[in-house]
Design a protein around this ligand. Sequence first.
Ligand code: C2O
Ligand code: CU
Length: 506
Amino acid sequence: MTEEVQRPSRLSRRRFLRLVGLGAGTLAAGGCGIVSTERREALSPASGIAEYELVAAPVSLRLGGREVSTWGYNEGLPGPEIRIKEGQTLRATVVNRLPEDTTIHWHGVPLPNEMDGVPDVTQPAIAAGESFTYEFVAEDPGSYIYHSHVGSQLDRGLYGPLIVEPAEETLSYDKEFVVSLDDWLDGMPGTPEDAFETLKSGGGAMSSMEGMSDMDMSGTSETESIPGASGESGDVVPAESPPDLVYPMYLVNGKPAEEPEEFEVRKGDRVRFRLINPSASTIYRVALEGHRMTVTHTDGQPVEPVEADVIRIGMGERYDVLVNADNHGVWQLGAQAEGTDDIARAILRYEGSSGEAPPPSRKPPELGGQMLLYSMLQAKPEANAPPEEELDEVVPVSLEGDEERYVWTINGEVFSEADEIAIGRDRHVRFEFENKTMMPHPMHLHGHFFRVDNGTDRGPIKDTVLVEPMQRLNIDWVSNNPGGWAFHCHNIYHQEAGMMRVVRVV
Ligand code: C2O
Ligand code: CU
């Protein structure tokens, strides 16, 4: 069967299930080839509907010995892990106990437009004191994120992991850990809104001086290593761009580097890590001391397994990796915040190792090893690829910025003043990015997967792609999901400052 036939019918199935009441009870859990018992228990959905309640409310948390006030889901950080099975229906009721509007966006999940959680685009925002129930069938297994899509609420604690287990697990592994990376400033003191004001006024205490006032200059000393300077997607290791903001803390699973989470493994285990980056404005370089990683998925979609020492992960991106636990000891899983010396970290501890955890300042030497590049990724044949046929529409997408005024645009226009990008239904569309700035932009399209042109004919299938400074890069996708879809930079401050559009599939 060809893709062009298959994809629209997938969509009709999704719609159909929704209209007839979600096929509850008919979606049996498939067999799964997972070895560990702990995981088997976590995985037995009794019905076709998984219900969750997410209460968004102010919360006070202890982070590294200090008390911070923030907003979170169900009083935790991150929000509760949502774990459902392919084909199951997620029914999530969001109760808004915040002093302002909110929504939840199911980042990366192709779902019906009215469940996508973008205020004023797919739904009216959920007002303070109100609630809203999201309900959709999770058709595509993978590692996702859920997060608020209102203002800069993502830079508070309003995010969590969303894992859709495949009906039939094809990987075999013994243990699994979700690794959520977060850049933290809320309540330290100040809020994301304060940070945004600081950025707009061109400087400030929370920002790195090089990152802020010399953004124009920031890449110039590193020009020789900027990928795509010649117009090709890069084989070159990307330069470390100074970030817009240097945060006071970087967290793994809500824990600061001084109080890291410990992952326990046994020698001989095969371990799956789901690396997800719900940070508001930080790219990380992730390495596990003493081990190599085998990348199996990006943004939930399978790739041919490829080994690397370092995974560079932009805001909104996800990587699933497998690690052979064959090096007894206590090791740093370190995520260096790009452009800084700081790391977010967790500890990998082998059973029976009672040694001290490495200090927070210890960077895994593997950070200097081989970095995963998009050019090394090849989509597996079963990934959600667009058809290999003629293009129907080509849309130039120029990424620009006025760094002085902190205004970020797509094709020269800020979101509030721009028209929608209209696309016909079931078209093969190419977005041609041209990044005219010295910042990398993690560009995210809602409601669809796309193929990243990485110079091979089997580029990875993703929903968020890092477009490097001065790079030209193409993505191809099929407009098979009708509605108005947010399309934006996942640096939440760039998005707020205008780098967003609505792509309307009509
Ligand atoms: Cu994760 Cu529109 O975003
Ligand atoms: Cu950006």
